[in-house]
Design a protein around this ligand. Structure first.
Ligand SMILES: *Cc1c(COP(=O)(O)O)cnc(C)c1O
Length: 360
């Protein structure tokens, strides 16, 4: 039998004999040990590569569960509001399990790769003049009357499925990490990790909570600034959310794990994205790089992470957002003829420029 999240973690998930198995091969993503950063910061850093999921973000961990339950409950249409990755994931599972998928997106605010995914999987795409929070409000209001199953993280099964991220980390490390840095948008994922660690802790009294450090973008930081942001702005579109649906559970997660919320600037996010690519060979999307940006900020004023095990949740693949990368990547490609001598000279004299050399 192929190992799936559905069958491997069945006893920890809301799965009964009536729940049909839904899978696209989600989960069991690599937990890669850092090569260069661990040494520089004198701690043990691990990257959880959630971009290796089937639709290239962690959203698939919740989606397989939400779609299993939707089918169990005889729904044939699913709907979500999305900054991009939820719609890509919902559309993929919807296509595979013959569910009509409707996605409501803020016009002009979706990363190109994510939009193309929703189109490729055949979702009905409705683009609104408004932001994510307005799209989610609309979804909440219309889903009942149109008999649509909401697959946003306000669907409790999404949060249950996403607990598997925490299970995998503990299973692989053989213990809990000491710290976990992760981006926070609608705050569903940090809530899920908290629930997942808590469930494992209740079964094994040797485990402790990792300190959960949730990272937001500077002008989209309702949980750091403790107020709703009506017009959130950041280059990291996956966390461009001004009124997180899971705020109270996320707050509990921070309090119970002795963690905190931190905010970082777009410049810090892009520098972290570059650093991960240049120093670790990992190209993640901007929102995911906020994890590292947050750690770098944390490390400026704290030293308690030294010698500790630290996990960064790299939530999505960098290829999803080519437009942001293209804006800042150096376009200084050395051009030459096809003559071997010219190519040889180009190798010797051509300089490789830094990732953001043009912008910063
Ligand atoms: C959805 C998403 C987030 C934010 O997760 P929340 O559960 O909304 O806090 C972060 N990064 C990526 C790549 C995402 O797709």
């Amino acid at each position: 039998m192929t190992k799936t999240l559905f069958n491997h973690y069945k006893n920890l998930l809301p799965i009964t004999s009536k729940t049909p198995e839904v899978t696209l091969g989600e989960g069991f993503t690599p937990l890669v040990k850092s090569n260069n950063l661990s040494e520089k910061y004198d701690c043990e850093i691990f990257f959880k590569l959630e971009g290796c999921n089937p639709s290239a973000s962690f959203k698939d961990r919740g989606m397989f569960m939400a779609v299993s339950k939707a089918i169990e409950n005889k729904k044939n249409k699913i709907i979500c509001a999305s900054t991009g990755n939820t719609s890509a994931s919902a559309a993929a599972y919807g296509a595979r399990y013959n569910l009509e998928t409707i996605v409501i997106i803020p016009s002009g605010k979706i990363a190109l790769g994510k939009l193309l995914q929703a189109m490729a999987y055949g979702a009905k795409i409705i683009s609104i003049k408004g932001n994510f929070d307005q799209a989610l409000n609309a979804v909440r209001e219309i889903s009942d009357s149109l008999n649509l199953e909401i697959v946003n993280s306000i669907n409790p099964f999404r949060l249950e499925g996403q607990m598997t991220g925490a299970f995998e980390i503990v299973d692989e490390l053989g213990s809990n990490p000491d710290f976990q840095f992760m981006p926070v948008g609608n705050a569903g994922n940090i809530s899920s990790y908290y629930k997942g660690y808590k469930l494992y802790k209740s079964k094994n009294n040797k485990l402790e909570f990792p300190r959960l450090i949730g990272i937001q973008a500077e002008n989209s930081a309702p949980l750091v600034d403790k107020k709703i942001v009506t017009s959130p702005q950041t280059i990291a579109s996956a966390i461009r959310i001004g009124n997180p649906a899971s705020s109270s559970l996320a707050l509990e997660a921070i309090t119970q794990t002795k963690g905190e919320f931190l905010k970082v600037s777009d410049k810090q996010i892009l520098e972290a994205q570059s650093l991960l690519a240049k120093k670790e060979g990992i190209f993640c999307e901007p929102a995911s790089a906020a994890s590292l940006a947050g750690f770098l900020k944390y490390a400026e004023s704290n030293k308690d992470y030294k010698g500790k095990k630290i996990v960064f949740i790299l939530t999505g693949n960098g290829l999803k957002d080519p437009e942001v990368a293209q804006k800042y990547l150096s376009s200084d490609i050395v051009k030459t003829t096809s003559k071997v001598e010219d190519i040889s000279n180009a190798i010797i004299s051509g300089k490789s420029k830094s990732f953001f050399s043009k912008f910063f």
